[in-house]
Structure formats: C-alpha cells, structure tokens
Ligand binder design. Structure first.
Ligand SMILES: Nc1ncnc2c1ncn2[C@@H]1O[C@H](COP(=O)(O)OP(=O)(O)OP(=O)(O)O)[C@@H](O)[C@H]1O
Length: 290
C-alpha cells in the first residue's frame, strides 16, 4: 500500500471490514409449482470469519450453497461476493466468478470435488496452471497446501481411489484453498468421516481463520460446528430462525428448533435434554409451524 492511500478499514478502528459474502433477502424456488425452498435469507460473513449454517435435512442448506455459487438461480434477493453484486448475472458471468478462484466449495463427497483420473498433484496444480502460475510454482504451492491439511507429500502421485475417505476430503479442502480464495463454502465436509478425521478437518478449518479466508460451514450437526464457527445461523424450513455468536446460540437459544438441536446434540456437554424434554420441544415446534 502506498503512503497516499487511506488505511484499510479495520475492526480495531471500529469500522467493520466489508463482508466477503453478503446475502440479502435470498429466495429460491424449485419445480414447476415454484415452491419456495429458501425465503428471505439474509446473512453476511466477514474476512477470516467462520459462519456455521445448521439445519435438518431438507431445510435448504445445500440450496443456499448452490445459490451462493450461482448453481441455482435466486428468485429474489441479492448475493454479493467480495464486493461483486451477482444479481442478474448470466451463466457466463457466474462461471467466470467461480473460475476466478474468489469463491471455492467443498462437498460432502470428495469424489464430487476431485477428478478420479487426476493424481493429487494434478488436482492441486490444475487450478493454478489455468490461472497462469508457472509449473514450478504450482508444484511448490501444491506441496505447501498438502502440508497445511496435514498430508504427506508422498501422496502427490496417488489417484483419489488410492486414498482413504479422510485423506480424500483433505485433498478436496487443499484444492479449494490452493487459489487462496476469499470465501470457501463447505457443504457437510465432515459428515461422511469417522470422528478422528472429523476432528482433524475441523482443526484444519480453524487454522484458516488466520489466513483471512471466510468460511461457510454447512452441517446438520450443531455439535460439530459450534466449536469452529464464530457465528452460527440456524435454517428451519427454508428460513433463518436464529443467528448469532455460536456461544449464544448454544447457551441462549431463542427459537424452539434451536433449543431442540441443542438439547439433542450429544457433544454439547450439559446441554443434552432427556427424552421427555426433547418431546416437549418437538411439540412446541409443531405448534409453531401450524
Ligand atoms: N433440484 C430440485 N428440484 C426440486 N426440489 C428440490 C431440488 N433440490 C432440492 N429440492 C428440495 O428442496 C428442499 C431443500 O433441499 P436441500 O438439498 O437444500 O436441503 P438440505 O438442508 O441441504 O438437506 P440435506 O441435509 O438432506 O442435504 C428439499 O425439500 C428438497 O427436496
């Protein structure tokens, strides 16, 4: 930065930095009947911030991810990624944005993120080579990112089919990071993994905060997300019913659905309700949705 330029706004100076993801009033409809699957969803994620997005199956979590990536059209609302307003974007504009490397994504099934015929080295260097990075630098960065996800360079010549599920998911995370994106959307990245791998991936994601990468961590499992996410948002039947610092969401849940999630999460010590308590919360929810 030159001496003439004004300093970048910083949180310390009392001015919040511009969010990397700003979603306002997002609505998505599917099918011929145009049934709304997401309604009025608004949230933002700042640089280096991790937002957990929690909800039960069918609540619209993946639809949210797909809409933010331009893979399904928004019927209303706006999605701004790193300052770029995407409302009205053509398919080509969305493709350019996805290829720019500003936003990356990781799916639950790493085989969807990785080409089965490409070695780990090829998967990691390809996003860099298409952006004009030299082969030598791409190889160096591939090694560095493999190290960051705590995998040995010995795996560089393997195909995805020759890796364990946990290793594959770590390669998928490394591939998403190698372009140094501003925003990474992770859709259930740990739900297919055993608990040891789950903990390791979540630890790796925690480390990313220091790099300034904004993360949206999508899961149906509140317990696995709150330890990593700075803020947690709860999606219920296509609407955000609660959002706040993760500790507040766990300790002072406001919505009946969040209370049910908290009381059902075996990993949230002390928060687990007995069966009768959970049934009472479910009854409250039924009342709310009628
Ligand atoms: N392409 C589609 N066409 C029509 N309906 C769809 C389509 N994709 C998803 N839906 C419906 O939209 C709703 C939300 O689905 P979505 O996959 O976003 O939920 P989710 O919260 O990610 O669920 P899960 O945890 O099971 O992945 C569901 O009722 C689903 O059946």
């Amino acid at each position: 930065m030159s001496a003439e330029q004004p300093p970048a706004p910083s949180a310390e100076a009392g001015t919040a930095p511009r969010p990397v993801l700003e979603v306002t009033g997002l609505e998505v409809r599917y099918g011929r009947r145009r049934l709304p699957v997401l309604r009025g969803v608004s949230l933002d994620v700042g640089p280096g911030e991790t937002l957990g997005l929690i909800g039960e199956t069918g609540s619209g979590k993946s639809t949210f991810a797909r809409a933010v990536l331009g893979l399904v059209p928004a019927a209303a609302g706006s999605v701004v990624i790193d300052g770029e307003e995407t409302r009205g974007h053509s398919r080509r504009q969305w493709r350019r944005l996805r290829r720019s490397g500003v936003v990356q994504y990781v799916f639950q099934d790493p085989l969807r993120s990785l080409d089965p015929d490409r070695t780990v080295a090829e998967s990691l260097t390809e996003p860099l080579l298409v952006r004009g990075v030299t082969a030598a630098e791409a190889a160096e960065r591939a090694r560095a990112f493999l190290d960051q996800v705590r995998l040995s360079a010995e795996l560089l010549d393997r195909l995805p089919g020759e890796l364990s599920g946990g290793q594959r998911q770590r390669v998928a995370v490394a591939r998403a990071l190698v372009t140094e994106p501003r925003l990474v959307i992770l859709d259930e990245p740990v739900s297919a993994l055993d608990s040891a791998n789950r903990v390791q991936i979540l630890e790796i994601l925690k480390d990313l905060r220091a790099r300034g990468t904004a993360l949206v961590l999508i899961s149906h499992d509140l317990g696995s997300v709150v330890g990593v996410a700075d803020r947690t948002a709860v999606l219920y039947q296509g609407e955000l019913v609660e959002s706040g610092p993760s500790a507040d969401v766990v300790n002072r849940p406001r919505h009946a659905y969040t209370r049910l999630l908290v009381s059902s999460a075996p990993t949230l010590h002390g928060a687990r309700a007995d069966r009768a308590g959970r049934e009472a919360l479910r009854a409250q929810l039924t009342d709310l949705s009628h």
